[in-house]
Design a protein around this ligand. Structure first.
Ligand SMILES: C[S@@+](CC[C@H](N)C(=O)[O-])C[C@H]1O[C@@H](n2cnc3c(N)ncnc32)[C@H](O)[C@@H]1O
Length: 305
């Protein structure tokens, strides 16, 4: 409590006591009800039945993410990091129709998330970067979060990625100087984080690579990170900066874990995962983007010698 508060409010301490919640644990149990899902993990025979062939790690797969994920075993992946196409109507996406009705779009996204749920391990995490299209008044981040909850995933966090993107729609005011229809502007995006089955992910201490300073900074869920400035060079219209998967991977996974990006684009997630000694799987529908993702990985591997 600051000194100023105590001086100005002689009853400050009492007021603080009054808002303390007693018996927090019991109240939490009442609020959550019987929600904690039970997942049977230790039956090797039933896990064997669910396995679908051998799936190769540390590869970029070119194809439709639903089709590729359907060839993956259940409970295979520790962390999914992804930024789906936003249905903004981008023309320069290779092989992807970025203008569909919102209903069709969200139905399709839900199918992709259902498959993500299946391939995630118990206690695995999924981080979905969402840029809401506010000009259509579609609250995409709310819809996506609801979809993930409806699939049975547990809400963990919403990270506000502050891009300081003041260029966005700079001159679109809606109704200039009038309350009739002002246009609100957003310089940020969201990252919705969900867990499968339980919040706690157990791993070996020697496989933790986040530092104390990084941990202290990143648990504050507003991340100031500049947008990727090399989109022209990377020949992709919607690349996220390496700092995004870098933080998510170190905060939510252990070295040696499997990281998947089903909309891998030019491979930012897979590049960072390889650097951080995670196993990676990248999927994208565009051969051109997959080639770029492989090229970035090759350059990194060559830089090691
Ligand atoms: C927002 S971008 C992801 C960019 C990526 N985060 C990066 O840093 O390069 C979305 C990607 O989804 C891909 N895509 C669209 N439909 C797809 C599908 N059905 N299966 C797999 N990838 C798809 C697009 O080609 C595009 O590269």
């Amino acid at each position: 409590m600051s000194k100023l508060w105590r001086v100005g409010n002689p009853l400050g301490l009492e007021m603080q006591k009054a808002i303390k919640v007693k018996d927090k644990k019991r109240k939490k149990e009442i609020r959550l009800g019987q929600r904690t899902p039970t997942v049977e993990m230790d039956d090797p025979i039933s896990q064997e039945i669910h396995r679908r062939g051998d799936f190769e790690l540390n590869r970029i797969y070119c194809g439709d993410c639903l089709e590729v994920m359907q060839t993956m075993p259940d409970e295979f992946v520790d962390l999914i990091i992804t930024s789906p196409p936003y249905n903004f109507g981008l023309d320069d996406y290779e092989g992807h129709d970025d203008t569909r009705s919102w209903e069709t779009y969200f139905q399709w996204l839900n199918e992709v998330f259902a498959e993500c749920y299946r391939v995630l391990k118990h206690s695995g995490r999924i981080c979905v970067n969402v840029q809401p299209l506010f000009s259509d008044y579609i609250p995409t981040h709310h819809i996506v979060s609801q979809q993930l909850r409806d699939l049975g995933l547990l809400f963990k966090a919403e990270i506000l990625w502050e891009k300081h993107n003041y260029n966005c729609k700079y001159t679109a005011w809606g109704s200039w100087k009038s309350p009739s229809m002002p246009y609100l502007k957003y310089t940020w995006e969201f990252i919705e984080v969900f867990c499968k089955g339980e919040y706690k992910k157990v791993g070996r201490a020697e496989n933790i690579d986040i530092t104390g300073d990084e941990f202290k900074e990143w648990v504050y869920a507003k991340w100031d990170i500049a947008p990727e400035s090399r989109m022209k060079e990377l020949e992709h219209p919607a690349v996220f900066p390496e700092e995004i998967p870098y933080r998510l991977i170190r905060l939510f996974s252990y070295k040696g874990d499997v990281v998947l990006d089903p909309f891998n684009g030019v491979g930012t997630t897979t590049l960072v995962a390889a650097r951080l000694k995670r196993n990676y799987i990248g999927i994208d529908i565009s051969e051109k983007y997959c080639q770029k993702a492989r090229e970035r990985l090759r350059e990194y591997q060559l830089s090691l010698f």
